[in-house]
Design a protein around this ligand. Structure first.
Ligand code: EPZ
Length: 452
């Protein structure tokens, strides 16, 4: 953290205005990796200017992919003509900054016959193991050698289609299997796969490249390996996590925010909860230009309609459940709801630590080891504080806050904006990992915040 990595936030002003979200961080980074598999350049639109994209760009360039900006703002061209090895030292420079390196394994094994994974970073939201990834790669025929600097992988006999079942529908492990199976020899059947919209969009990307992938019911995905893939041209789904974060900011500050680019279909579960809490929203669908009349970009307007917010019980879950990444921003709004809200976090075991900071601002949140949702989850008997009870409404007051991870960081920011008085938020640069131009957006929404 640098001395400038501090935002002074003068809270108590409702956020009003309009901002735009671009391509989903959690698809864009994977689509960039997929470009490695092609034998022709790929073109990706609507890429946000965020730190995670810079990290993946750096990793790809390290492996010989030429990445250049296209004519349209947010357009990236990825040319994999000269894919080459990188040294573990070079790759290690990226260690600690992202979890994406692990997804390069399958593509690099296909292209070069070997790959290296440094120690992985990403948000500090629990242990975040990679055992599912390693197990899957081994089942495809990869040989994994653990060394002090990371893991070295080879595929002496090539990669072969296989039958796999994930112990839990992990997003990253499903992407690992997709990115490896598309060019493996034979058919792969993946059971208990994640089916998040970002995964379906990655499947669309791979299909455009020439892959053959069937998505069956009940979390089964079947991939028929092909010997070669081409490039793709793709406009990603919008970032539904960022859209929901601004929606929560509107509710927590008593404001009114129009999120251009937000789409209803991938946010249905969030919208249900938002309405149950007492928030209002209005969806405007995208309208393509027709018969000389101009088109219109889709958007969702989120606002606090006045009156009291209502407590809710919710459980985070894999898609189509309530996303774990929606949880932290929404909890700030729940501190303003009358009654006891319950949040059962079932995706990550340690994703409620940030509630201490909210308590230091006057919120009343207690965390419990028990599964307080309707369904017992895999963390119930493992001593993790993964359920929260939020009593409201609480008047929030200013505090000094240190940002622990990306989504909790955004929730700290919302809390500081909703609180009376002047807060200092330390470590705000972390928010750049996933929220494009967030300071400019805050300014556009009328927030009073400045660096240091
Ligand atoms: C992705 O992480 C996202 N990151 C996360 O968003 C998101 O919270 C998560 O999916 C769930 O939706 C990216 O897409 C870059 P998982 P991922 O594998 O793929 C356990 C954000 O803020 N697990 O679905 O790493 C794991 O510990 C980030 O944008 C294993 O046990 O998540 C967790 O409990 C944060 N072994 C659960 O599965 C493994 O090998 C789900 O993790 C892999 C995962």
């Amino acid at each position: 953290m640098t001395v400038n990595d501090v935002l002074t936030v003068h809270g108590g002003t409702p956020l009003h205005g309009r901002i735009r979200v671009r391509g989903a961080k959690n698809l864009v980074s994977k689509a960039m990796v997929a470009a490695l598999l092609g034998d022709a350049p790929s073109r990706l639109y609507d890429v946000p200017r965020i730190r995670d994209v810079e990290v993946v760009r750096g990793l790809l360039e390290l492996h010989g992919v030429r990445v250049s900006d296209g004519a349209e703002d947010g357009e990236l061209i990825l040319d994999p003509a000269n894919v080459a090895s990188a040294t573990s030292d070079e790759i290690n420079v990226h260690a600690g900054s992202s979890r994406i390196p692990i997804l390069l394994c399958g593509p690099l094994l296909h292209r070069l016959g070997h790959a290296f994974i440094p120690d992985l970073g990403g948000c500090h939201i629990g242990p975040r193991p990679i055992d599912f990834h390693i197990q899957a790669l081994r089942e495809f025929g990869a040989v994994v050698d653990k060394a002090a600097d990371g893991m070295h992988l080879t595929a002496p006999n090539g990669l072969h289609g296989t039958k796999l079942e994930l112990p839990y529908p992990s997003v990253g492990a499903t992407e690992q299997v997709l990115l490896t199976a598309v060019m493996a020899d034979g058919v792969t059947e993946l059971r208990n796969a994640a089916v998040e919209p970002e995964i379906i969009d990655l499947i669309c990307v791979l299909q455009k490249m020439g892959a053959i992938i069937k998505v069956h019911t009940d979390r089964v995905i079947e991939i028929q390996g092909v010997p070669r893939l081409g490039g793709y041209t793709h406009r990603p789904i919008p970032d539904r996590i960022e859209a929901a974060s601004w929606a929560a900011a509107a509710l927590a500050t008593g404001g009114d925010i129009e999120v251009l680019g937000a789409e209803q279909v991938d946010m249905m579960t969030f919208l249900n909860v938002f309405r149950s809490v007492g928030g209002a929203y209005e969806v405007t669908d995208t309208r393509p230009p027709r018969d000389g009349s101009p088109g219109q970009e889709g958007k969702i307007r989120f606002w606090h309609p006045g009156g009291e917010l209502r407590a809710v019980a919710l459980e985070t879950d894999v898609h189509p459940g309530f996303m774990t990444d929606w949880q932290q921003p929404l909890v700030v709004a729940l501190t303003q709801a009358r009654g006891l809200s319950i949040v059962h976090e079932t995706v990550y075991e340690q994703r409620l630590g940030y509630t201490e900071a909210l308590n230091s601002m006057g919120a009343t949140i207690q965390v419990y080891r028990d599964c307080l949702g309707g369904t017992p989850c895999r963390f119930g008997r493992r001593d993790f504080k993964h359920s929260a009870v939020i009593a409201g409404p609480s008047k929030l007051h200013a505090a000094d806050l240190v940002i622990p991870d990306l989504r909790a960081g955004f929730s700290h920011l919302i809390a500081a904006l909703a609180a009376e008085g002047t807060s200092r938020v330390y470590g705000v640069d972390l928010i750049n990992r996933g929220y494009e131009d967030f300071e400019a957006k805050l300014a556009a929404l009328g927030a009073h915040a400045e660096r240091a």
